[in-house]
Write a new protein. Structure first.
Length: 190
């Protein structure tokens, strides 16, 4: 899901055909990478995993018994290869879910996952239909582009002195008001 498209970014930047679509797409992708983790999503993070040769189990640091259910399909990422992919849950406990795995991997005992794995249910909200989120993504894309192309990143401090910190924590602060209704309470603090 691209929040900002090349066809939106190109006229906003006023670059015409000077830059290829691939170059501008990198900026759009970077904007998504910054913004999407901040938005509310049906996602949880597993802290550990274990498996037999046919069943994989993911462990969470929060109760998931009220979140997931047997028969539900989830998308697992950032775990070992035999855990990753679309999985149908076969068992739910207070702090774990289990599902069938393929490939007959060697059995492994429960062990930590670092960085945490991600378990996602298909999105219930289409952020591309939210005008405020789209505008925030476009603003971030412009900031990323300016940081790449403008001398001293083109940013000025309060005293009108050039500042090289265009890509600082202020990047999200500039759009926080636009995305306030969509912020995930588990996202960045500050």
């Amino acid at each position: 899901m691209a929040l900002t498209t090349v066809s939106e970014l190109r006229p906003t930047l006023g670059v015409g055909t000077l830059y290829t679509d691939a170059v501008l797409q990198e900026v759009c992708d970077a904007s998504d990478a910054v913004l999407l983790p901040m938005l509310w999503a049906y996602t949880n993070f597993n802290i550990a995993q274990e498996n037999t040769t046919t069943v994989g189990t993911l462990y969470f640091d929060e109760s998931v018994k009220e979140i997931y259910f047997v028969g539900q399909t989830v998308v697992v990422t950032n775990n070992k290869a035999h855990f990753n992919g679309s999985k149908t849950i076969t068992a739910v406990d207070n702090h774990s879910i289990s599902f069938a795995i393929t490939g007959s991997p060697a059995a492994t005992p429960k062990h930590e996952v670092r960085p945490y794995g991600t378990v996602t249910v298909s999105a219930s909200t289409d952020w591309t239909a939210d005008a405020a989120v789209q505008n925030a993504a476009l603003m971030i894309s412009v900031e990323i582009w300016q940081a790449r192309t403008a001398t001293l990143s083109g940013s000025n401090a309060v005293d009108f002195q050039p500042s090289p910190y265009r890509m600082s924590a202020q990047l999200l602060a500039k759009v926080r008001g636009l995305i306030a209704h969509a912020l995930d309470p588990r996202s960045m603090v500050g």
